[in-house]
Design a protein around this ligand. Structure first.
Ligand code: N01
Length: 560
């Protein structure tokens, strides 16, 4: 037996059903399965509660669901065979197309056979005596595994506010993430939309189109900018394909996982006319205005200028000046109520603001006059105003980043439950592991760049890092890996420190857990960018996984 075979033999636990178990079959889950099975030769099992692959893109089928990242970078960069055959049809990919893409990859790489569908995980428990994980599912099955990898996404647990009387509402209603695939009949109906985040803004023009009358219940106005989605012509697609490696190289080494060149480092040195000209250029091109000034999220003056620009655009678009002011998140003195992009910046498709000029679309401002209760056929506001509705679309967001992980009922060493451990905010080392939960790896976990970036880039980064880490453990005979407590304390402090240098913490958002009553308000995501983060995780790997404890079988079972 060679040294590496001996290492592998010592590293792999003997009596498990699988070497690795991956929960979730979205972008992260299927790539993780492939790497563990094909690169490391491990026995793997995927568990997925839906009846197909897709993850987020399986569930979010609300009208107009679309990804706000460029399609040619919202896909894997390793999939040459798929890349040859696959053609995105639009700049921003539509939900059914992304779902087809993920399915196409899973089929091309023969991954379906390793996934149990319609299988919901109800608990995951680390057994300290055997040093292995036991995973239980809703149908009463259980699986043992050495490595447990929840690949459950960051926006998978819907948030539905605890509205008084919602159970009495007799109309049809859905949260956007459970909207039926074959749609909802809205013809001749009055539809209510609650929420004006990225999802509400995306779906609003479609609801307006399909209904008789649309009422948009807005608590906080948002800064939406046009997406300017367009079909990808054959010539452009071929050019993108020809430059694919360079585009991906740029994306992987960027801050946000996209191929972006900033127009200016700051607006500080520009005249207002010069700044306006660059903003106008980007506005016409479509997409987030973040690429105009590099310091948009760290400099209040620059950010204010961007907000003023969008406010001017809203005023130009909306016919009724009073209505325009209600759609602009700015106080009477011209101060932004929340900074541009400190809440997730929404893209407007199909003329979001323009729709408010129509008689059949109504803005219901619930900022100062909140929703008090539901009746059988209406929403009643605090001042008693009643809004009759037949159909309700709840675009009220998610218990983001930590919500799904916490609801998996994960128990680590000493009987500690993950939800309890994270009661005062998540504690992770690099968003990859958490102390007390050996051999559990998170993909785009809390305090990693995740949702502040084009998600497929950090997903790949994490899957590849985990694969290399396990390869190292197999080579060297380590059976367990666990984040050290002081390393995760240091990482949490660093995360907060970096966040405090930005404008993110100044604005209430789900990035900070503000949207969930009682949720601890720590900044949930690493805001330093993919490039800096990548340097850090590579350095950790180069130092033999500094900050993690690696242990052989007996050692790890004896550990605290
Ligand atoms: O959720 P949100 P979302 N009464 O939490 C309102 C991703 N996504 O689903 O701002 C009245 O942002 C709430 O009001 P307020 C993307 O990452 C991705 O829109 O808290 N209103 C807000 O307006 C995004 O950020 C793509 O005052 C209430 C809304 O509901 C994430 O999904 C596309 C309320 C919730 O907004 C979540 O966005 C679309 C109440 N009681 C979305 N409670 C891609 O391109 C809540 N609200 C990949």
């Amino acid at each position: 037996m060679s040294a590496s075979e001996q290492g592998r033999d010592a590293a792999l636990a003997k009596d498990t059903d699988f070497d690795a178990l991956v929960v979730g079959a979205g972008f992260s889950g299927i790539y993780m399965l492939k790497k563990l099975r094909d690169d490391l030769g491990l026995s793997v099992q995927g568990l997925e509660m839906a009846d197909d692959v897709g993850g987020t893109w399986y569930h979010n089928k609300y009208p107009g669901a679309r990804c706000d990242s460029d399609s040619w970078l919202y896909c894997y960069d390793w999939c040459d065979d798929v890349q040859e055959e696959w053609e995105w049809t639009e700049r921003y990919p539509h939900q059914p197309e992304i779902q087809d893409y993920i399915s196409f990859v899973a089929e091309s790489h023969d991954l379906y056979k390793d996934i149990e569908f319609e299988t919901k995980v109800t608990s995951a428990t680390f057994d300290e005596d055997s040093g292995i994980w036991e995973i239980e599912t809703e149908d009463g099955s259980s699986y043992t595994t050495q490595y447990f990898i929840p690949a459950v996404g960051n926006l998978s647990k819907p948030f539905i506010p605890d509205f008084d009387g919602l159970e009495d509402f007799e109309g049809t209603w859905y949260h956007t993430s459970s909207w039926p695939a074959d749609g909802v009949d809205m013809e001749g109906k009055t539809v209510g939309l609650i929420g004006t985040g990225s999802t509400g803004i995306q779906t609003m023009p479609h609801l307006a189109e399909e209904s008789e009358h649309l009422k948009v219940f807005q608590r906080t106005p948002n800064w939406a900018v046009p997406a300017r989605n367009r079909p990808l012509e054959e010539e452009e697609w071929q050019e993108l394909k020809a430059n694919y490696d360079e585009l991906w190289e740029a994306a992987r080494n960027s801050d946000g996982g996209l191929d972006i060149e900033f127009t200016h480092p700051t607006a500080d040195d520009l005249s207002r006319e010069e700044a306006w000209e660059s903003l106008e250029e980007r506005w016409e091109e479509g997409g987030p205005l973040l690429s105009v000034f590099e310091d948009t999220l760290i400099n209040k003056d620059t950010n204010t200028l961007v907000c003023e620009f969008i406010a001017e655009k809203i005023r130009e678009t909306i016919d009724d000046p009073e209505l325009a002011e209600k759609l602009i998140p700015m106080d009477e003195d011209g101060n932004p109520e929340h900074w541009y992009a400190a809440k997730r910046p929404p893209l407007a498709y199909n003329g979001y603001y323009e729709r408010f000029n129509r008689d059949d679309v109504e803005l219901v401002d619930v900022g100062d006059n909140p929703i008090a209760r539901f009746n059988a056929d209406s929403i009643v506001l605090e001042d008693g105003t009643e809004h009759q509705i037949d159909v309700l679309c709840m675009a009220t967001g998610f218990d983001a980043v930590t919500g799904t992980l916490e609801s998996l009922n994960i128990t680590g060493r000493n009987g500690q439950n993950l939800e309890d451990k994270w009661e005062a905010g998540p504690r992770t080392y690099l968003g990859l592991g958490t102390h007390g939960f050996p051999n559990m790896f998170m993909i785009t976990g809390p305090q990693s760049p995740s949702v502040l970036t084009n998600m497929v880039v950090p997903i790949q980064q994490h899957v590849e890092w985990i694969t290399e880490c396990l390869d190292y453990m197999l080579e060297n005979g380590y059976q367990h890996i666990e984040a050290q407590e002081d390393a995760e304390e240091e990482w949490a402090a660093h995360n907060e420190e970096v966040a405090s240098q930005t404008l993110y913490p100044d604005s209430a958002s789900w990035y900070r857990g503000d949207n969930i009553p009682g949720k601890d308000q720590t900044f949930l995501i690493y805001p330093g960018g993919i490039n800096l983060y990548n340097d850090r995780i590579e350095a950790v790997a180069a130092e033999n996984y500094e900050g993690f404890t690696l242990a052989e079988a007996e050692e790890s079972q004896a550990a605290d």
